[in-house]
Write a protein that binds this ligand. Structure first.
Ligand code: NIG
Ligand code: FE
Length: 403
């Protein structure tokens, strides 16, 4: 055996689902070869190997690098003014119906130069990376016409080439009804299915397709058309489902074997049954719940009982979740949704990988998986969901390389 690097004097939270809490191995070592995990286990079981370099972690913890599986990082401007309006009593729906909301960010984004979009998104990515994220999902959805949606996805692919971390790109053309189609939402869905989707696929700009199922956005029938098109193009789907009302979004996502159904505040029993049946991940977004002052909590007990994998994500966006910290999101998930610290870490690693279809090579620490590692100056991984505003990250490895 030839190893490039051996990390010793470590504690490891593998985050594999079975076995001890956090998949913990104390007094452990982890070996990297060719960018992958070549071996890990208790130090006393270390086999003979040719080791190019050995480093002591002096008791630090290794976890899988964090994964933010739901963000809207590419946008221009902000919506601080609407934030203030909401605090004075206006609702998110009222602002959206009056032409604000998503459409106001669409206007700012269409007007911004590509250079501005690149640098502002890069800065947000850097913030996530600095606290341990090695994979980030980014959605389009603030372009809402052919040219602008393509430009946003091209920005995402450009960032992917230069960010040093992995990026998953999601086409969210069906995010809102653009002003140009105010009274013809079906006409806009035609455009999404017949023009945008083929162009996105031809340029290989997306890894998945998402949509927003809500009274202020699109109906289940309209989204079913978007998902049929995605399926015809071979792209997996995800859905913003049941955030502000129960629109049957979770069941629709499950019907299309979606990778994930996200938000889920108003999902009912039949919806969680459908998710469990389909193996669809429930992605919870406490930042949006907090910012919108929601009171209806997602059906956590049902998700747990039915063994639906739970992921958590920042939903970083200028409207409903001005939150650019997955660590803070983990803490919010404990306080707002009563997830345990272990569920939060699983939600930001193992289940987040599954929500992106990347579980074969990421999300847990196992031999053969990519060596995406976060190394922390902590005495227990529960600390990661406990502090708000601290950064205990000591080092981040992506595919075996320190960043
Ligand atoms: O995930 N729900 C729709 N999309 C975003 C909000 C985007 C916005 O308001 O700009 C969300 O909450
Ligand atoms: Fe979202």
């Amino acid at each position: 055996m030839n190893w490039d690097l051996l990390l010793t004097d470590a504690n490891i939270a593998t985050m594999v689902a079975e076995g001890p809490a956090y998949g913990a191995i104390q007094d452990a070592a982890l070996a990297i070869a060719d960018g992958n995990i070549a071996w890990l286990g208790a130090a006393q079981d270390l086999p003979e190997a040719n080791i190019a370099e050995t480093r002591s972690l002096q008791g630090r913890w290794i976890t899988p690098a964090l994964i933010d599986c739901h963000t809207h990082l590419v946008f221009a401007g902000n919506r601080a003014q609407e934030f203030e309006q909401r605090l004075k009593g206006a609702s998110y729906e009222e602002i959206a119906r009056a032409g604000g909301g998503i459409m106001s960010t669409v206007n700012a984004t269409r007007d911004a130069s590509t250079g501005t979009l690149l640098s502002q998104t890069q800065a947000r990515l850097q913030t996530l990376r600095a606290e341990g994220c090695a994979t980030v999902e980014i959605k389009s959805g603030y372009g809402l016409n052919l040219e602008s949606e393509l430009r946003l996805l091209e920005v995402v692919r450009e960032l992917e080439r230069n960010a040093g971390i992995s990026i998953s790109s999601t086409f969210l053309g069906a995010h809102a009804i653009p002003t140009e189609f105010k009274n013809d939402s079906d006409g806009y869905i035609d455009l999404v299915c017949n023009e945008m989707m083929p162009a996105v696929v031809e340029r290989e700009l997306a890894d998945a397709v998402d949509a927003y199922c809500e009274t202020i956005a699109f109906s289940t029938a309209q989204i079913a058309r978007v998902f049929e098109s995605a399926r015809a193009c071979g792209l997996p789907v995800k859905l913003h489902a049941d955030q502000l009302s129960d629109g049957g979004g979770a069941a629709l996502a499950a019907e299309f074997s979606a990778l994930s159904a996200d938000h889920l505040e108003y999902t009912t029993d039949s919806g969680t049954d459908a998710l469990a049946q389909a193996g669809t991940v429930a992605v919870l977004l406490p930042g949006a719940f907090l910012t919108l002052g929601e009171t209806q909590v997602p059906p956590i007990e049902q998700l747990r009982d039915k063994r639906v994998p739970i992921a958590i994500a920042t939903d970083c966006n200028p409207g409903t979740s001005p939150v650019c910290s997955l660590r803070t999101t983990m803490s919010l998930a404990t306080s707002l949704f009563k997830l345990t610290p272990e569920e939060c870490l699983a939600g930001a690693t193992r289940n987040a990988a599954t929500a992106l279809g990347l579980e074969a090579d990421r999300g847990t620490l196992e031999t053969g998986k990519r060596a995406d590692l976060a190394i922390w100056d902590i005495d227990h991984p529960q600390v990661l969901s406990y502090w708000i505003g601290t950064n205990e990250l000591s080092e981040l490895f992506v595919a075996g390389q320190p960043l």
